[in-house]
Design a binder for this molecule. Structure first.
Ligand SMILES: *Cc1c(COP(=O)(O)O)cnc(C)c1O
Length: 368
């Protein structure tokens, strides 16, 4: 790979394939795999990632919002796409693009049936979401009869799956809570399918659910972060490869005399002679201000260079006093080492937030 000459996000599609195959190796052959490609495939590139996974015969995709699903259809994705968090205003567009809604309360069930009927649909696939403890989206157990009654009134929709979401699948200290969620899900779905008279697919596991709760894979699993190379634990990370490497370059090197300041608000003041490098990456690229003032760092020729002063919109300044480097040299922000998870920890956040923040103005480069 040629050295970066500007800020780029390199995406290693072979690493994606490796992660997909590793996660699949945890499943029974009959368990379907849904790839979560919301938020630009966790900050990489949803179209390219989805096309690549479609060629690897992934069974399903999920996005959060309807417009993300429409973009995938426009990119030529033909596999089923579950929209996890749709709003009623988009239901017509959702149907026009053959997207499948997660139905999480009676209001949207009612409105979806109305619109699907107006659009002359029959058996339009929908996914019923139950709340089993995350308390975010989903019907509660006592609404089953209500849902069944609404469905019996209409031929417009048909339930393709019933699902729920785990609140703490990565946290083994919460094992009891998670097992309780899984048991609640089982009891809801047994009651539900008995009344329904047919068996939709069942799914509850995200990435950490796949890894920690093999008994809860049911008919399908939904993986996001694992595909992108993070297993939410040291142990699981060993088997996965981060697919994205964020690189930049040194624009300028400055010598800072003792007592001088660096950056906006003069947030950094030097107490000794210092060498700084200015890099073309800032909070508008996804490196938030929380990484400033000595918290975050970048890597130059294998050595750590802390971010000094405040993060600007389009720039950061790093301390390179002890690093032999020149203007034009390549800089690693995160990748295989240090990973986005390591960098995220410096600002008390998680890999998910850092990688999904990389903004659309950062050029994506794909490695096959
Ligand atoms: C985002 C999301 C996932 C993916 O979770 P990971 O931890 O990234 O694997 C799965 N299911 C739902 C409902 C989600 O919102």
């Amino acid at each position: 790979m040629p050295k970066a000459q500007e800020t780029v996000l390199e995406i290693d599609l072979k690493a994606l394939q490796h992660n997909f195959e590793h996660l699949k190796s945890k499943l029974k052959a009959s368990t379907k795999f849904l790839a979560v490609v919301k938020a630009f495939a966790y900050g990489s590139d949803a179209n390219e990632i989805a096309k690549y996974l479609q060629n690897l015969n992934v069974d399903y995709f999920a996005v959060a919002y309807t417009n993300e699903g429409i973009a995938l259809r426009e990119a030529g994705i033909t596999q089923p796409i579950l929209v996890l968090h749709p709003q009623t205003v988009n239901f017509k567009a959702l149907i026009a693009n053959c997207l499948e809604p997660s139905i999480y309360n009676s209001k949207i069930l009612k409105e979806f049936i109305t619109i699907a009927s107006e659009e002359k649909q029959t058996d339009y696939p929908i996914h019923i979401k139950f709340n089993t403890g995350l308390n975010r989206l989903g019907f509660s157990e006592d609404e089953v009869d209500n849902i069944i009654a609404k469905l019996n009134d209409s031929k417009a929709v048909k339930i393709k799956s019933i699902f729920s979401h785990l609140a703490a699948s990565e946290d083994l200290d919460e094992k009891k809570f998670t097992i309780n969620q899984i048991e609640t899900f089982k009891s809801i779905t047994e009651n539900f399918t008995t009344q329904l008279g047919y068996k939709p697919m069942l799914h509850i596991c995200n990435t950490s659910g796949i890894l920690n709760y093999p008994e809860a894979h049911f008919d399908m699993v939904r993986s996001g972060i694992g595909l992108y190379g993070f297993g939410n634990s040291e142990k699981e990370n060993q088997y996965l490869k981060p697919i994205a490497t964020l690189k930049t370059v040194i624009s300028q090197i400055h010598t800072i005399k003792k007592g001088n300041s660096v950056g906006y608000n003069r947030a950094f003041k030097s107490d000794a002679l210092l060498k700084t490098a200015t890099l073309p990456i800032g909070h508008a690229d996804g490196i938030g201000r929380q990484y400033g003032n000595g918290k975050g760092f970048v890597t130059i020729h294998g050595q750590k260079a802390p971010i000094i002063g405040n993060v600007c919109m389009d720039m950061i300044m790093v301390d390179v006093t002890n690093i032999t480097c020149n203007e034009g040299d390549e800089v690693i922000v995160f990748g295989k080492n240090p990973t986005a998870e390591h960098l995220a920890e410096t600002a008390n956040t998680i890999s998910y937030e850092l990688i999904t923040s990389i903004s659309q103005r950062v050029k994506r480069i794909f490695l096959e």
